[in-house]
Ligand binder design. Structure first.
Ligand SMILES: NC(=O)c1ccc[n+]([C@@H]2O[C@H](COP(=O)([O-])OP(=O)(O)OC[C@H]3O[C@@H](n4cnc5c(N)ncnc54)[C@H](OP(=O)(O)O)[C@@H]3O)[C@@H](O)[C@H]2O)c1
Length: 244
């Protein structure tokens, strides 16, 4: 496909206030995408005429439904979910052992990493075109792979991303029946310098931390290359499939 035809004419990024989400918005605009709906809890906008801000909260379906309704007139061709948590707002971090499991913390992590994205799918997949390509992608994580899990730990985060990956597969199967050109995919961005990764950066080997702009550039390139045969799968920033 020609470079000029692979980028969307409109896109929506949920989580535009995050490190990767913000870089994805900028990256889409830099590739000439003339309309990027940028979603965040605050509803604050990005500087630039291409950006159209909206407010939503993953824990409030009404806000997600309202955001989708506002996009109905000009639905995005690409929808990217760049939200997620590893450490909760009250400082509760990922569990290293089963002994630290806490029901409320698990519930909160699943609400943000699994259920919120599923509710965005509920309202946004309904807007996707049947007769041409669309992309619905969610930031997942390599640690959500069950077969690739060699270290254990981070129980709620891993499980919430594994469950997210299952939902993406389910949505891909369902959409394929009516939207044969659609792509539903999970993405692993690498280890990216952000508020989410910040508490865990000290033990990283030299050179393993990626800048958000670099990660976003790679992820956009991956999304541009995916086809319907890839729908339901999870890919890393190199475009390599991550096993379930
Ligand atoms: N960074 C990494 O190394 C890494 C590695 C693997 C996977 N990932 C995944 O990449 C994604 C993005 O992470 P990041 O590193 O860019 O983290 P980040 O900078 O902390 O961004 C997280 C985003 O999630 C949003 N969010 C949190 N709670 C929300 C809520 N209740 N409603 C709406 N939005 C909410 C935040 O919005 P506010 O600004 O309103 O808080 C922010 O936009 C996550 O899914 C993460 O699991 C990251």
């Amino acid at each position: 496909m020609e470079e000029s035809t692979i980028w969307p004419r409109s896109a929506a990024v949920f989580g535009a206030s995050g490190a990767i989400g913000h870089a994805l918005c900028e990256g889409l605009a830099a590739r000439g995408c003339p309309l990027v709906h940028t979603g965040s809890r605050s509803g604050a906008g990005l500087a630039g005429a291409q950006f159209r801000p909206f407010a939503f909260d993953l824990t409030n379906e009404n806000t997600i439904a309202a955001a989708a309704e506002a996009m109905r007139a000009e639905p995005p061709e690409w929808v990217i979910l760049a939200t997620g948590v590893l450490t909760l707002a009250d400082g509760t971090g990922p569990e290293r052992t089963y002994k630290r499991l806490d029901g409320q913390a698990m519930t909160d992590v699943f609400a943000l990493n699994t259920i919120g994205p599923a509710l965005i799918a509920k309202h946004m997949l309904a807007l996707m075109p049947r007769d041409r390509r669309f992309v619905f992608a969610a930031l997942s994580a390599r640690v959500g792979s069950i077969s690739d899990n060699r270290l254990g730990g981070w129980h709620s985060y891993r499980a919430s991303k594994a469950a997210l990956n299952m939902l993406l597969k389910n949505f891909a199967l369902e959409m394929a029946r009516t939207h044969p050109q659609g792509v539903v995919a999970g993405l692993h961005p690498g280890t990216v310098d952000s508020g989410l990764s910040q508490p865990f950066q000290s033990n990283l080997p030299e050179g393993q931390l990626t800048a958000p702009t670099v990660a976003a550039d790679k992820l956009l390139g991956v999304l541009a290359r995916l086809g319907p045969q890839d729908s339901g799968k999870v890919f890393d920033f190199r475009g390599d499939q991550i096993p379930a």
